[in-house]
Design a protein around this ligand. Structure first.
Ligand code: SF4
Length: 208
């Protein structure tokens, strides 16, 4: 039977971690994030200033028109904060991490079990990095994930979420203009024109 509880060794349990060190991210912490991220299929993790995040009301149009998850998923609008709330929230953070990965699969856009399994893996990876940061004293760490929550085959929305501890808003639900933000970070991205091309995905963790 799978062990659900992992107990710390006496030495570990006596270590005290201070919250909100405001010391930025040490190389050691970044190294640990990269190591854990790789286990979840992430290719790179880039710390950057929250000032580089571009938000726009128009992003919500993309959710509202042309996406099947609008009003159908707890991680998407209108269940997520509105633009004013988002601006207030972003103003309360100084640093963010950009988590990047890629896929090269012709069935990327299909509703398949394989797609869902991969998406859940990346989702859980992002949330587990957030958890790791919290345990290192970054109490404000919160994830904005890539793609609508797929933990359940069919989201329970508008009924109660089945896994509220895992639920996080998507990057787009936060009105984040991802392309504009990537440009600010000098990260080149392009539209994938054919199914055989590599698709990139991006998550963000806000922290202080
Ligand atoms: S955990 Fe399930 S019910 Fe909750 S947001 Fe995700 S898909 Fe929806």
């Amino acid at each position: 039977m799978e062990k659900k509880i992992v107990y710390l060794t006496p030495a570990e349990s006596q270590k005290h971690v201070s919250f909100r060190s405001n010391k930025g991210l040490s190389n050691e912490t970044l190294g640990l994030l990269h190591e854990k991220g790789r286990q979840h299929g992430l290719e790179s993790i880039l710390p950057f200033s929250v000032n580089n995040i571009v938000v726009g009301q128009w992003v919500n149009l993309k959710c509202r028109y042309g996406c099947s998850q609008y009003m159908a998923n707890w991680s998407c609008p209108p269940a997520t904060p509105d633009l004013n709330e988002v601006k207030t929230i972003l103003g309360e953070y100084s640093t963010a991490l950009l988590l990047m990965g890629s896929q090269n699969r012709s069935d990327f856009y299909k509703d398949s079990n394989r797609n869902r399994t991969d998406q859940v893996k990346y989702w859980k990876g992002t949330v587990s990095l957030e958890r790791m940061l919290f345990l290192k004293g970054y109490d404000k760490a919160v994830s904005l994930v890539s793609g609508a929550c797929s933990l359940c085959r069919q989201c329970a929305y508008p009924g109660p979420c089945r896994f509220p501890m895992e639920k996080r808003p998507t990057v787009e639900s936060f009105y984040i203009d991802l392309v504009g933000t990537l440009k600010n970070l000098d990260i080149e991205t392009k539209v994938a024109m054919a199914l055989h091309e590599t698709f990139k995905y991006y998550s963000i963790i806000l922290l202080d």
